[in-house]
Write a protein that binds this ligand. Structure first.
Ligand code: ADE
Length: 254
C-alpha cells in the first residue's frame, strides 16, 4: 500500500497560511513557481500548497503533488460563491459531485461532458466524504470558529451558526460578480450549491490518477452583484481560520 501523504491545496495564500502553521518539521520546496510546504500534522505526512486561481493552475499543482510528492489523498479548502438561496456567508459546502460549468464541446459532446473521459460529474468517494463531514460537524458543534474569529468579524458577515451542505459544486474560469451570471447557472444546473474556480479540475486529475479527494468550500459571497465587496473582505479576515480549523479536525480522525 502507498504511504499515507495528504496533499492540502488552496487557491490563495490566505487559504493555506493557517494550515501551513499546523505543520511540524516544515520544509519548503519551490517548483514551477509554487512553494510546497512539507511536514507532519498530528504525526501524518502532509504537503501544503496554494495553486493560484483557475482550473489550469489547480490542475498543474495537483499533478505535481501526485507525481513529485506521492500524495495518497487530496484535501482542497477554499472559498466559493453561493448559488443555492439556502446558503449564507460562512456556511460550508462539501463537494459530493464536481462539474465544470464552462465545459462545452457541443455539438460533438453533451454540454458539460469532459471530452474523451465520458464523464460530466466527478464524484468524491464515500469514505472521504464521511471523514470530512464528521470533522466539519465537529467544528460547527464545538463552535471552535467562534473561538478563533473575532466577534466583530462574525457580526460583519452575519455569521452565527454555520451549516454544512453536501452536494454539487460547479467550477470554471470565471469569477461570478453579476446577478445575471448566477441566474444563468441556476437555470442551467439547478442542483449546484456553489461556484468556484478550481474544484472540478482538481477532481478530474485525482480521478485520472485514482487519488481520493475532498473539496471543502466556505461561502465567502453570494456570487452576484455584491460578490466583489464581500469576497476580498472575507478572504482577508476569515478564510484562513476556517481552513485551519477544518484541517485540524480532519487530521484528528484520519
Ligand atoms: N470563489 C469565491 N467566490 C466566487 C465567485 N463569486 N465566483 C467564482 N469563484 C468564487
Amino acid at each position: 500500500m502507498k504511504n499515507r501523504v495528504i496533499g492540502i491545496m488552496g487557491a490563495m495564500p490566505e487559504e493555506i497560511e493557517g494550515v501551513v502553521a499546523l505543520l511540524s518539521n516544515c520544509v519548503e520546496t519551490t517548483m514551477g513557481q509554487r512553494t510546497y510546504f512539507s511536514g507532519q500534522i498530528n504525526g501524518i505526512e502532509a504537503v501544503v500548497v496554494f495553486s493560484r486561481w483557475g482550473k489550469v493552475a489547480a490542475a498543474t499543482t495537483v499533478t505535481t503533488l501526485i507525481q513529485q510528492f506521492n500524495i495518497s489523498e487530496l484535501l482542497f479548502t477554499g472559498v466559493a460563491g453561493a448559488i443555492s438561496p439556502e446558503l449564507k456567508i460562512g456556511d460550508i459546502v462539501l463537494g459530493k459531485r464536481l462539474i465544470q460549468h464552462d465545459m462545452d464541446a457541443r455539438p460533438l459532446m453533451a454540454q458539460y461532458e469532459i471530452p474523451l473521459l465520458s464523464k460530466t460529474y466527478l464524484e468524491s468517494d464515500e469514505t472521504h466524504l464521511a471523514i470530512a463531514s464528521k470533522a466539519i460537524n465537529a467544528v460547527i458543534e464545538n463552535r471552535s470558529l467562534h473561538a478563533v474569529i473575532g466577534e466583530q468579524e462574525l457580526l460583519e458577515f452575519n455569521i452565527s451558526q454555520p451549516n454544512l451542505f453536501i452536494g454539487d459544486i460547479a467550477s470554471g474560469d470565471q469569477f461570478f460578480s453579476k446577478n445575471e451570471q448566477k441566474e444563468n447557472l441556476k437555470a442551467q444546473l439547478p442542483n449546484v450549491l456553489c461556484v468556484e474556480m478550481e474544484g472540478a479540475a482538481v477532481a478530474q486529475v485525482c480521478y485520472e490518477y485514482k487519488i481520493p479527494f475532498s473539496i471543502i468550500r466556505t461561502i465567502s459571497d453570494a456570487a452576484d452583484d455584491s460578490a466583489h465587496i464581500d469576497f476580498p473582505s472575507f478572504i482577508k479576515k476569515i478564510s484562513s481560520k476556517y481552513a485551519a480549523e477544518i484541517i485540524k479536525n480532519i487530521f484528528k480522525i484520519l
